[in-house]
Design a protein. Structure first.
Length: 286
């Protein structure tokens, strides 16, 4: 696999569905290689619809999950835990059908969950998360799909904040097709050194998302980009690199990620400028 540069549908439309095929055309016109489709509402998305748009535009597809309180594999409520695994299975089926190598995201717990738990309670939650994700990983392995687990910053989750914690969860799950999604926005907050964190994860880096320290255009802020890209070279990462930001006009998402102001002149400008920056940084020609 060679590196592919992509754009998240969170930059384009939310919730994304089959009816948003024009967004494939926009992503292709920007010059990206792939579109990362976030499955907020599985009822809006079909493999047939995505494949049709991809064939028309020549874009590859990546699949990313969205994890709210009704999709909680770490819940002590068996019904919620089963619902979390069932949602992941839907995403896995979709990924297998459209050729995405993985399903990515913070699939261990609901985004926005911030509780002061005791160490024993936190250990129990991790064990429940690992159990649910192990079942999802087995299902995914049968379909040739990997799971890429994303650490989030402390303001968006209380469970997995660092690369080291994510690797511990991966070890607890114990499945070869489970690795990490690393995201520069979260790493900038939580890691002592971004390059060291990438090298620590090494071959377990299955997916990469990039945005600036303010969730804006990569290259416009203070993230140590040269060090980050050098560390990707150090581990010979050859997978997808996806620009992720969020539409400030979508109230639910903006609230979830604490996006209170625009982070770029426009989302089109963010998409275009981000791609130019990535190409320059990676030595990729258009």
């Amino acid at each position: 696999m060679s590196r592919q540069l992509g754009l998240s549908t969170f930059v384009l439309a939310s919730p994304f569905g089959d009816g948003d095929g024009a967004q494939f055309d926009r992503v292709a016109a920007f010059g990206y290689d792939l579109i990362e489709v976030c499955i907020e509402d599985p009822g809006l998305v079909t493999a047939e619809g995505l494949a049709r748009h991809a064939e028309r535009t020549g874009l590859a597809i990546g699949i990313c999950g969205a994890f709210g309180p009704q999709r909680d594999v770490s819940s002590s409520d068996p019904e919620l835990s089963r619902a979390g695994v069932a949602y992941l299975e839907q995403c896995i089926d979709l990924a297998a059908a459209v050729g995405s190598p993985h399903v990515a995201g913070p699939m261990y717990a609901p985004t926005g969950q911030t509780r002061m738990l005791t160490p024993d309670e936190r250990t129990a939650q991790r064990k429940r998360a690992a159990s649910g994700l192990r079942a999802a990983a087995d299902y995914a392995a049968e379909r040739g799909v990997a799971l890429a687990i994303e650490p989030l910053n402390r303001f968006e989750t209380d469970l997995i904040n660092t690369t080291e914690q994510a690797l511990e969860l991966v070890e607890l799950i114990g499945a070869d097709n489970v690795g990490l999604l690393i995201d520069t926005f979260h790493m900038n907050i939580e890691e002592k050194n971004i390059g060291d964190a990438v090298r620590l994860a090494g071959p377990k880096v299955f997916h990469v998302q990039v945005s600036e320290n303010d969730r804006g255009t990569p290259g416009s802020g203070h993230i140590a980009w040269e060090e980050f890209f050098a560390s990707l070279d150090d581990i010979d990462y050859q997978g997808q690199i996806v620009v992720e930001s969020f539409l400030p006009t979508v109230v639910e998402i903006a609230r979830a990620v604490s996006l209170w102001r625009p982070v770029a002149e426009s989302m089109d400008a963010l998409a275009e400028d981000a791609l130019s920056f990535l190409r320059r940084s990676l030595g990729v020609t258009a």
